[in-house]
Design a protein around this ligand. Structure first.
Ligand code: GLC
Length: 799
């Protein structure tokens, strides 16, 4: 046993004996003789916050990550002191705080240890910065696995890895490269079938070591600020992810078109080229909802300006694109060109809105426009001003959404790729240096953009994309995984990153389909599309310094495959929209890695490739050239192969056929999957039928379909349609009950039920206890019937 005093020589300082305890409603304060205070706040029975002060002082309590509406309130709290420890108990967990060392041990009420301090909280006085490096070390439990942490491009199970949270522009990053664009200091631990989560809410550069340096120790530390973490008890992983997502928030619903297909490139210009690309989509009948303008639309890369040579009449162009069903999305970067004749620069200068160096002058750095100054988005006045800048772009010209890039913030031609650390920030009235504000800068930019876009697209819904993000950014913006490469390895990386982001509370995410740097061949592009249509954000983007990367750029075979998969995405729009609804309502990640789906099955703990799209569709991308299929793990339960309708029982690895025109795809038995007809863009046609694909099961299963006006805010006033279907199948019988909520009237009158795997021939159909003649059901063979959308109970029997 190492004692605290023995460790001090290593330069670390440790709390010693607790000499004082105080309870103030939901807050408990434990003070040690050497001036450390541990504050435990009980947010919920399963969510606790741990904060540590040294020298008896806490910093002002402020966080950009925490959602104001996060649920709080607990049922039970009891504190008991024994000779050696304090015992804190809620209705879900028990926390022991050791009196001699301040170390903490958390267990469930059956006494199973969930998480325990090794050395616990300790710190190092750092005289380079004149502050503390705050540290925490925990004992790694037997067979413990680790997940989450945002966009890390490494194996989904982080055991044995060390990661670094420092937002960074990483052009053409590699597998395992650190750090990347985002800083999401949240992980999920799993051992003994118990999941818990830990969110270290500290925006300084932070590190997590998952049993990498020492096999039995998991530790995390930051270059400043407070040791301030939230603990979430599962015991199931979805409970953990939901609690973290509730604490840091979810977005509003995007307009439905945002879930369509998007085409981007650096850059489409001039206007003629933009229109050519748009037209080609319509000519080839490849659905597409959005086209992107990268930096070349601007005049000398000045944000909020237009290059009039390339785009003589942007408003007209945007309108014409819109008439053809395309939304225009434009990029906006944080660097404002130093140019006294440029209005944005002038306004910022006049109002003193730019970031300043520690010794006074404006922070200057080179980005696309050359020398730039950078707004301090951590200042609420700057955010308010920034929002007003969108008036012309969105309000007058009609651009529908904004893509924020380079907001780590990225600076060119300097080895650190970002601001010097002495740069000052307002941090919403808690002035600090860039060391503290760096990781949050991109989020605050996206937040300001969101406010602006929201204001000027009103009464429509806003849509924002960001490259950099900290925990909580998901409340304002979607994101993509940055400058990847057109390689097979990057297809693997994209799959892992998107799943990992979903586990980290941030579901609205996608990759540059096909790869940003370098040129994919047709096969890689097709395989990437097959994965990309199952990502919440689905956009092709490329650097454009090589060949074309449109769906038709790789010959007709690939074009046909790409069309088929984009069409599938459009058919699945109601399913995707429902996934989004579930995400914002209760924090359910839109994609579930298998371990999230079934943690009890230890086979899932080290899987990376397979994931559940929503709740009922299993997807596994093909990530190798020349493949005719692949081996994959099918999770427990019974599944229908989407392509062959053959059923298989999961719980083992198997070979699945998937030639170049297929991706392994399985539907959970009992699922009811809603589908729209294919449209070339959202809103092209009025939806006159909803297809419900029913995958027969002996037993019960529930499915949900959420719909609304597809844009606008009426859904917040109850104008939505939420249908819950309960399916019960027996050998010779199928019952589907419908429970409906919300006042939105869907435009279609009927459901077209398509039955898959029905083990009997339909003989009798009763709708709400009344027999319906088979001829009235538009019966199509043995598997399709059409009935009114208002039914409550559908009862089918065979002979
Ligand atoms: C950055 C972005 C990329 C964009 C380019 C030009 O590299 O990550 O998506 O195309 O800048 O704006």
């Amino acid at each position: 046993m190492i004692t605290n005093t023995e460790l001090e020589y290593k330069g670390n300082l440790y709390p010693n004996k607790i000499v004082d305890f105080l309870q103030d409603a939901d807050k408990l304060f434990f003070t040690t003789a050497n001036g450390v205070i541990l504050q435990i706040t009980i947010l919920r029975d399963s969510v606790l916050r741990f904060r540590y002060a040294t020298e008896n002082v806490f910093e002002p309590d402020f966080s950009y990550a925490i959602n104001d509406d996060a649920g709080i309130g607990y049922n039970h709290l009891n504190v008991v002191k024994t000779e050696t420890e304090y015992i804190v108990e809620t209705s879900k967990i028990r926390v022991l705080v050791d009196i001699d060392t301040l170390r903490v041990q958390i267990s469930d009420l059956d006494g199973n240890i969930i998480n325990e301090d090794e050395l616990g909280f300790h710190w190092e006085e750092n005289y380079e910065y004149g502050g503390n490096v705050v540290k925490m070390s925990k004992i790694t439990q037997g067979a413990e696995s680790f997940y989450g942490m945002g966009d890390k491009a490494t194996h989904s199970n982080l055991k044995g890895k060390r990661v670094d949270n420092w937002a960074m522009d990483q052009y053409a990053f590699g597998k395992d490269q650190e750090p990347l664009y985002k800083a999401i200091p949240f992980y999920i631990g799993l051992h003994n079938n118990i999941s818990y989560g830990l969110f270290f809410d500290n925006t300084f550069r932070s590190y997590f070591d998952f049993a990498h340096e020492r096999r039995n120790v998991t530790s995390f530390w930051a270059d400043g600020g407070e040791m301030n973490y939230y603990f979430f008890y599962g015991p199931k992983m979805p409970d953990v992810v939901k609690s973290y997502t509730d604490l840091t928030g979810t977005p509003e619903l995007p307009p439905l078109w945002v879930l369509g297909f998007h085409q981007s490139k650096w850059s489409y210009y001039p206007e003629k080229r933009v229109k050519e690309v748009a037209k080609k989509f319509r000519d080839l009948k490849i659905p597409c909802d959005a086209i992107y303008l990268d930096i070349d639309y601007m005049e000398g890369f000045r944000c909020f300006t237009w290059n009039n040579n390339y785009f003589p009449d942007p408003k007209k162009m945007v309108q014409e694109l819109s008439d053809d069903g395309f939304k225009t999305v434009a990029i906006i970067d944080p660097g404002i060109k130093v140019d006294k004749d440029y209005w944005v620069y002038q306004q910022a200068k006049d109002n003193d809105f730019f970031c300043k160096r520690g010794d006074g002058p404006y922070m200057r750095g080179k980005v696309w426009p050359g020398e730039c100054n950078f707004p301090d988005f951590t200042n609420p006045d700057v955010r308010e001003w920034w929002a007003t800048l969108y008036k012309e772009l969105i309000g007058d010209i009609g651009v529908k959404a904004v893509w924020n890039d380079m907001n780590e913030p990225a600076v060119m031609e300097v080895p650190t790729k970002t601001f010097p650390l002495d740069v000052r920030h307002d941090y919403d009235g808690h002035p600090c240096s860039h060391r503290k504000a760096h990781n949050i800068y991109g989020t605050q930019m996206a937040r300001a953009t969101y406010e602006g876009v929201k204001k000027y697209v009103y009464p429509k819904r806003p849509f924002v994309i960001t490259r950099s993000a900290y925990s909580g950014a998901q409340r304002f913006t979607s994101t993509w995984t940055g400058d990847n490469v057109a390689t097979w390895e990057h297809l693997w990386i994209a799959n892992v990153q998107v799943q990992r982001m979903c586990m980290s509370g941030f579901s609205f995410v996608g990759s540059d389909i096909g790869g940003f740097a370098e040129q994919p061949n047709g096969e890689l592009f097709a395989r990437w599309i097959q994965l990309g249509v199952f990502h919440p954000f689905c956009r092709v983007h490329s650097s454009g310094d090589h060949g074309d990367q449109e769906p038709w750029s790789f010959g007709s075979e690939v074009t046909n495959i790409v069309r088929k998969f984009i069409e599938l995405r459009y058919q699945l729009l109601p399913y995707l929209y429902t996934m989004f609804w579930n995400y914002i309502q209760d924090g359910t990640p839109m994609l579930q890695p298998l371990v999230h789906y079934d943690q009890e099955d230890t086979q899932t703990h080290f899987r990376t490739d397979e994931f559940i799209f929503g709740k009922q569709i299993l997807v596994c991308p093909v990530q190798e050239p020349n493949a005719k299929g692949r081996r994959m793990y099918v999770p427990r339960g019974k599944w229908y192969n989407y392509w062959t309708e053959e059923t298989i029982v999961g719980g083992k690895e198997r070979w699945v056929i998937a030639d170049i025109d297929k991706i392994p795809l399985f539907i959970k038995e009992g699922a009811i999957i809603p589908k729209y007809p294919v449209q070339q863009y959202v809103g092209e046609i009025e939806i006159t039928e909803l297809v419900l694909d029913v995958y027969f099961k002996i037993g019960a299963e529930s499915s949900t379909v959420y719909e609304d006006g597809q844009d606008g805010f009426d859904y917040k006033k109850g104008r939505y349609s939420l249908r819950k279907f309960r399916l019960r199948g027996k050998e010779n019988e199928l019952i589907i009950q419908q429970f409906k909520d919300g006042s939105f009237i869907t435009p279609y009158k009927n459901f077209t039920f398509k039955f898959h795997g029905l083990p009997f021939k339909i003989a009798n159909v009763e709708v709400d206890n009344e027999k319906v003649a088979l001829k009235d059901l538009k019966l199509n063979g043995n598997n399709t019937i059409e009935i009114s959308k208002d039914f409550t109970e559908l009862h089918i029997t065979g002979n």
